[in-house]
Ligand binder design. Structure first.
Ligand code: UDP
Length: 333
């Protein structure tokens, strides 16, 4: 059985969906602090899914999880992930993300579970020295969120040396898209991300979309990001697990498309997809936003045999279909 922590959240739930479609048995462990019960309900319709509402801070929750299910490997998504909140409340981030992971690893070792795929981030690189960013880029995260993810990567190295826990750390760039059949999708409260915010602004009584800064040193003055499709991202997770199952060594990989889009370019694709004349305001820069983030993804292509296939327009279309569903019914859920 495969354990997915954080399986009620955006990326975790898409991983669960894919595992279930591949006929795997899955147990999700999630405290529903940022994930949604409706997501779990939807996933239960697809395959053999068990759900445990539990918290990584409670060792007794983890102990009973490992006692009750025969777990072979772990996908670890459960974490807080808002940069701004992590600056204001670092205690919440170090406690949940770092201590929570240590508790999870303790339970894994106790139960002889030695394979983990960990959800890391491009935020571990910090101030960008060059693009495209490869895995050797200096790692100096600029906020507590990025620091927690880098700490966990370091912990995972030490736990391999000492206890033989093999890990793959996947460093995400910007993730876009939703299940093409609209069963699940991106849902945050509050929503801070670019694409859902542009899409939300097209619905009635929504606030106009704000561009955070148009005075960056880029082609049109707005920030450049690398958007990786959620389906491609999840393909990499399944390949990462296969890699570990085949005896692969502990390693880490960037997951991005190796292609940069400016905020204005994203905005234009959203206009095309929605067929709406979306309005925007130019606001001041958002603190801590790097000018340009683009992945060098060669390592994942070579070693995991991964090949991202979906373009940004495809991802935005799926995200728009999902957003329509959210606005239509799930809005006040
Ligand atoms: N952004 C924006 N308006 C928004 C949300 C985001 O202009 O309402 C910009 C943000 O400044 C950044 C890019 O869009 O340059 C991507 O931001 P997002 O929060 O989606 O992801 P991040 O790159 O911060 O992880």
């Amino acid at each position: 059985m495969i354990l997915v922590t954080g399986g009620a959240g955006y990326i975790g739930s898409h991983c669960v969906l894919s595992l279930l479609e591949n006929k795997q048995e899955v147990v999700v462990f999630d405290n529903l602090s940022t994930g949604f019960q409706e997501t779990i309900d939807e996933l239960k319709k697809i395959g053999n899914l068990k759900f445990i509402k539990g918290d990584l801070s409670k060792k007794e929750d983890l102990n009973s999880l490992f006692e009750n299910y025969k777990i072979d490997s772990v996908f670890h998504f459960a974490a807080f992930s808002q940069v701004k909140e992590s600056v204001l409340n670092p205690q919440k981030y170090y406690s949940n993300n770092v201590s929570g992971t240590i508790n999870l690893l303790e339970a894994m070792i106790k139960n002889n579970v030695k394979k983990i795929v960990f959800s890391s981030t491009a935020a571990i690189y910090g101030e960008v020295q060059y693009v495209p960013i490869d895995e050797k880029h200096i790692q100096k995260p600029m906020n507590p969120y990025g620091k927690t993810k880098l700490m966990i990567e370091n912990i995972l190295d030490d736990y391999d040396n000492a206890y033989g826990v093999k890990s793959v750390r996947l460093r995400y760039f910007n993730v876009v898209g939703a299940d093409i059949k609209k069963r699940i999708g991106e849902r945050h409260n509050p929503e801070t991300h670019l694409i859902p915010n542009v899409l939300k602004s097209t619905f009635n009584d929504a606030r106009p979309f704000e561009i955070y800064g148009n005075d960056y040193n880029t082609k049109d003055g707005t920030c450049i990001r690398d958007y990786i499709n959620i389906e491609d991202l999840i393909d990499a997770h399944l390949k990462a697990l296969k890699y570990l199952e085949n005896g692969g060594k502990t390693d880490f990989f960037n997951l991005g498309n190796a292609q940069g889009y400016s905020v204005k370019e994203v905005f234009e694709i959203c206009k095309k997809v929605t067929e709406k004349d979306i309005q925007f305001n130019i606001n001041k820069r958002r603190e801590g936003d790097p000018e340009k983030l683009v992945a060098d993804n060669k390592k994942a292509k070579e070693i995991l045999n991964w090949n991202p296939k979906r373009n940004l327009e495809y991802g935005i279309k799926a995200a728009y279909e999902w957003e329509k569903k959210l606005q239509g019914g799930l809005k006040n859920a």
